[in-house]
Design a protein around this ligand. Structure first.
Ligand code: SF4
Length: 252
């Protein structure tokens, strides 16, 4: 019986040389349509001016809600406020600051008694350690005073960039922008300063907000986030800047 020999089929051009499987991403990037996150339309200078003029008109002298008596007690209050509410910190510090409103008095009080005063505040053991350590450092290196530069404040135990920004702004009137959870949310939702990290939002806000508003901008944005642009259920109908806000999910 004759053997049937099957001739190998000539490979089609495309089979012989598979079409280049350029990742779709690359192709899209080439055409300028790479997976860009949809960015909101940037605010114009006139819009930013309008928004902050409205904040200023509604609340010309906004106040921070952390109670303090001087730069030192402000610093301590901010260190204690990490992952805690201002109201919770105030409850603890009212009695504490009545007996210890300077680094020297805090050291006299001692870590154990300090813990008793702040035990209602989250992470209080670690925070008490930091407050004692920062008080020692203030006395040893800064003459018992809160230093006035970001780097120096950040060098204190328990103090990071946000702490430094709050202290520089509230105690010394510097045009800094502390980004907490509220400012981070408002910066992103409104489209004023979108960013993936607090630092990106901070730098973005500093770039767009005119200097004349920077003294109070931090408080306006915190208060806006705390009482109007709530994380869940923002009160867009009562929002001063709802016509300017870029958030696609705003309810007005
Ligand atoms: S309109 Fe709504 S989402 Fe936009 S800033 Fe105001 S409260 Fe926030």
């Amino acid at each position: 019986m004759a053997k049937i020999i099957r001739k190998a089929r000539p490979k089609s051009r495309s089979a012989a040389k598979p079409a280049s499987k350029k990742p779709a991403r690359k192709a899209a990037a080439k055409s300028g349509q790479a997976r860009k996150p949809s960015k909101p339309k940037p605010w114009t200078s006139a819009e930013v001016l309008e928004a902050f003029s409205r904040f200023r008109k509604a609340n010309p002298e906004p106040r921070g809600e952390l109670e303090h008596l001087n730069p030192y007690t402000l610093l301590v209050a901010v260190v204690l406020s990490a992952q805690a509410t201002d109201a919770g910190v105030n409850k603890a510090t009212r009695a504490l600051f009545a007996v210890a409103d300077t680094p020297e008095k805090m050291l006299e009080l001692g870590e154990e008694k300090l813990r008793d005063y702040i035990k209602t505040v989250g992470l209080y053991r670690n925070k008490a350690k930091n407050v004692i350590a920062l008080s020692q450092k203030l006395i040893a290196e800064f003459g018992g005073e809160v230093p006035r530069t970001r780097a120096e404040i950040e060098s204190l135990p328990g103090a990071g960039r946000k702490t430094a920004n709050v202290v520089l702004n509230m105690a010394f009137g510097e045009h800094t922008m502390a980004v907490d959870t509220h400012v981070f949310r408002v910066g992103n939702r409104t489209g004023l300063a979108p960013g993936n990290t607090p630092l990106e939002v901070e730098l973005g806000l500093e770039k767009v907000i005119p200097s004349e508003f920077m003294r109070h901008a931090h408080h306006w944005l915190i208060l806006h986030g705390r009482y109007t642009c709530l994380a869940r259920g923002p009160r867009c109908e009562a929002c001063l800047i709802n016509d300017l806000c870029r958030w696609p999910e705003k309810t007005v």
